[in-house]
Design a protein around this ligand. Structure first.
Ligand code: R5P
Length: 285
């Protein structure tokens, strides 16, 4: 592996513990202004220092991430369909490698849709992206996107992850599933787990824990962080599992503790409550 490629990869998967916490904010590329990600700048600002890397599109990177940040960027370079369009799997590469370099991307990311109508197109695009990115020492993260009709089972995900790795992806993002260890064992490159739809905080912490235990290097979590009532507390709790080896109970206790430490909450509780009648002050006459 070339020095540049190794160096960029080590920005994403931390060499100290071989773990990664990626914050996903790229949803708008096909979902538009997703709930609670309507204003990405506001969402990203308080969370940026707690993630190892940010998964982002170039539009959001340029408009909503301060260029002074030291957090590495994982740049989504695929797109071309929308949630209301004909077929979500009809994606192409939409960002040039030159633009990824201008944006100082630590990795480029794209989705492949194994088993879908556009399987061929997306897998060939992955191979082509690896050709271009490797020329400049930029790692490629392949996202094994799952179509509506395809289940998130270990047989399917093993197939999709292995195909991504065979095409030369350096990291594969996939979903957690039963027998997840099998998916990891048959994929020769590191696997990172996508958070998926919003679930209760404790369940999302369980997913993080199970993913790591099953052999993933970490999680790329979006909705379960920024759709939480307490995004900072949540990312810190997830971090305690990824990098601090907390178990689920410990992480959930930390989550509750972090909520209480939240300055916003303190501010709220120190404000007088206008609906409460004032107690008479005996010292005042
Ligand atoms: C999908 O739009 C992206 O690949 C997301 O980055 C990925 O699904 C992770 O985000 P979430 O945890 O919200 O599923």
């Amino acid at each position: 592996m070339d020095w540049g490629l190794k160096n960029r990869l080590s920005n994403i998967i931390k060499p100290q513990d071989n773990r990664a916490l990626m914050l996903a904010v790229d949803h708008g590329y096909f979902l538009g202004p997703t709930e609670k990600l309507e204003n990405p700048r506001k969402v990203i600002a308080p969370l940026l220092k707690y993630c190892d890397s940010l998964m982002v599109t170039r539009g959001i990177q340029r408009t909503s991430v301060p260029a002074t940040t030291s957090t590495p960027m994982v740049l989504r370079v695929s797109g071309g369909s929308s949630i209301i369009g004909e077929d979500l799997s009809q994606e192409d590469i939409t960002v040039s490698i030159q633009d990824a370099i201008r944006l100082n991307a630590s990795a480029v990311a794209m989705s492949i849709f194994v088993g879908s109508k556009y399987e061929h197109q997306t897998i060939v695009n992955l191979g082509k992206l690896v050709n271009k990115a490797e020329k400049y020492g930029i790692p490629v993260l392949a996202v094994t996107a799952v179509g509506k009709e395809l289940g998130k089972d270990s047989r399917y995900l093993s197939l999709a992850c292995r195909i991504a790795a065979e095409q030369g992806a350096h990291i594969v993002k996939t979903y957690y599933c039963d027998n997840f260890e099998k998916v990891v064992q048959s994929c020769p490159v590191p696997i990172i787990v996508a958070g998926g739809k919003k679930i209760p905080e404790r369940d999302a912490l369980q997913l993080t824990y199970d993913s790591i235990k099953g052999g993933a290097v970490g999680v790329d979590m979006g909705r379960n962080i920024w759709q939480s009532e307490h995004p900072v507390a949540m990312i810190k709790a997830v971090r305690s599992i990824v990098h601090g080896n907390s178990n689920v109970d410990q992480a959930y206790d930390l989550y509750k503790q972090f909520i209480n430490e939240d300055p916003k909450k303190k501010q709220k509780s120190s404000k007088p409550n206008p609906s409460k009648p004032k107690k008479p002050n005996p010292s005042k006459k």
